[in-house]
Design a protein around this ligand. Structure first.
Ligand code: COA
Length: 167
């Protein structure tokens, strides 16, 4: 579904739920951070694929800060959408909440920003449809902040390359 303003958010918004089963927990009975990171990557990849209608790879995951421990038996709800797209890369934002199955109350436990790159059948980067946040103030805020984060990522990437080449 595309609109005059580009690809409609409903196309790439993704919701994923997971029950915290015993195999996902540590010795304290709370979920492993690495397990949450894996769910984040999957949820975000679905948004990126829906936006780009093809293969994508994770280029980077920004910092993860776990704000609250999630206990066994809780329901983890992940919600993602593409915040902004450039030539071949796009930023996906993911919000992670822990839902108490007895009360339905939810607690924000983590947010994440990932960059995915769209690839063609030969593994080369391919162009994405232009991103248009439309008139929704929330989507416009996300897009603006995504531009700022991208600038920081690209500066960090250049610094890493300079370090590697010694130039
Ligand atoms: C991601 C990857 C395709 C980028 O390839 P590359 O040769 O560096 O390609 P480019 O320099 O042309 O960059 C392609 C795009 O990715 C962006 N990009 C590359 N590395 C990035 C990073 N670390 N963070 C954010 N964006 C990045 C570039 O800005 C560019 O964006 P644009 O086309 O929208 O302007 C390549 O590094 C790769 O395949 N990495 C492994 C991915 C993978 O296997 N992930 C799974 C986990 S291991």
């Amino acid at each position: 579904m595309t609109t005059p303003a580009g690809i409609a958010p409903a196309v790439h918004q993704t919701v994923m739920t997971q029950i915290v089963l015993p195999q996902f927990t540590n010795a304290h009975g709370t979920v492993f951070g690495g397990q949450i990171a894996a769910w984040i990557d999957v949820c975000a990849a679905v948004s990126a694929q829906r936006y780009s209608r093809g293969a994508v790879v994770t280029a980077s995951i920004d910092q993860l800060h776990f704000l609250a421990a999630v206990k066994q038996g809780m329901v983890v709800v992940l919600q993602s959408q593409v915040n902004m797209a450039w030539r071949s890369s796009m930023e996906v934002g993911v919000r992670i909440e822990a839902e108490d199955p007895r009360t339905g109350s939810r607690q924000h436990c983590c947010s994440a920003y990932l960059t995915f790159v769209a690839l063609d059948a030969e593994g080369r980067t391919r162009s994405l449809p232009p991103f248009d946040p439309g008139a929704d103030p929330e989507a416009r805020r996300r897009a603006r902040q995504a531009e700022e984060r991208r600038a920081m990522r690209l500066r960090a990437r250049e610094a890493r390359q300079r370090e590697l080449t010694g130039s």
